[in-house]
Design a protein around this ligand. Structure first.
Ligand code: SF4
Ligand code: SF4
Length: 224
């Protein structure tokens, strides 16, 4: 004779009494209580929520106050990158005509690319940069329609010209060295630099504001 099957024994003890009556609809309690809590949904892209100040967004290549570029084409950022996302080619400032510089010192970055298909936004590149040329902004909207479009070139990454800056290339501030630039001792363009650009690129749109900045700096100097 076959044995009687064992009766069903639930693994979890079933509630009894009132709790047992409301058990099938208890899950709705979570829904109902959530209806009276503050909304956490973000209406992106219609409303953009600011990131934390130290958020790692797209990169930026910075300039000195006189408009020279901070990047010296040393490639340390490229070597530090774990994703092989950066490509740099350096070039000699001495090869530029009439004593012009793109950056203080011997070298400048002639080609600079970041491949945002590879970048993991770890920030190791900005830690490696000896001149603080490379920093990261809070900008996170980096989608693009093509793969090639996600390789950002130097012109895409360069910081915009601020009021009073003089567009490179042009000579360094007279009687200064690259060390003076690295120490932050350059406050803005001087008359000699403005004259050089006026002679070589008379249509340069930054001449006007750089002239005003150089004159203001000179009159400050005279007062002291
Ligand atoms: S943030 Fe990281 S992955 Fe992106 S370029 Fe810099 S080092 Fe490479
Ligand atoms: S961004 Fe900085 S680390 Fe990279 S090549 Fe320029 S100076 Fe060197």
């Amino acid at each position: 004779m076959s044995e009687d099957p064992k009766p069903y024994e639930p693994l979890i003890e079933q509630p009894s009494g009132l709790a047992g009556i409301f058990a099938p609809v208890a899950g709705f309690g979570v829904t109902l209580s959530s209806m009276f809590r503050p909304t956490v949904t973000e209406q992106y892209p219609f409303e953009k929520v600011p990131t934390k100040p130290r958020y790692h967004g797209r990169h930026q290549l910075n300039r000195y106050a006189d408009g020279l570029e901070k990047c010296i084409g040393c490639e340390l950022c490229a070597w530090a990158c774990p994703a092989d996302a950066i490509y740099v080619e350096g070039a000699d400032n001495a090869a530029l005509p009439d004593g012009a510089h793109r950056s203080p010192g011997e070298r400048y970055g002639s080609v600079y690319q970041i491949n945002y298909l590879r970048c993991i936004f770890c920030g190791l590149c900005i830690e490696a940069c000896p001149t603080r040329a490379l920093t990261m902004t809070n900008e996170y909207e980096l989608a693009g329609p093509t793969r090639a479009g996600l390789i950002w070139e130097k012109d895409d990454l360069l910081a915009p010209m601020r009021e009073g800056m003089l567009a490179a290339p042009h000579p360094m501030v007279p009687d200064t060295t690259d060390t003076d630039y690295y120490r932050g001792e350059i406050a803005g363009p001087v008359a000699e630099q403005v004259e050089w650009v006026t002679e070589h690129r008379p249509d340069d749109p930054t001449i006007e504001s750089a002239t005003a900045a150089a004159q203001a700096a000179a009159s400050d100097q005279a007062v002291r």
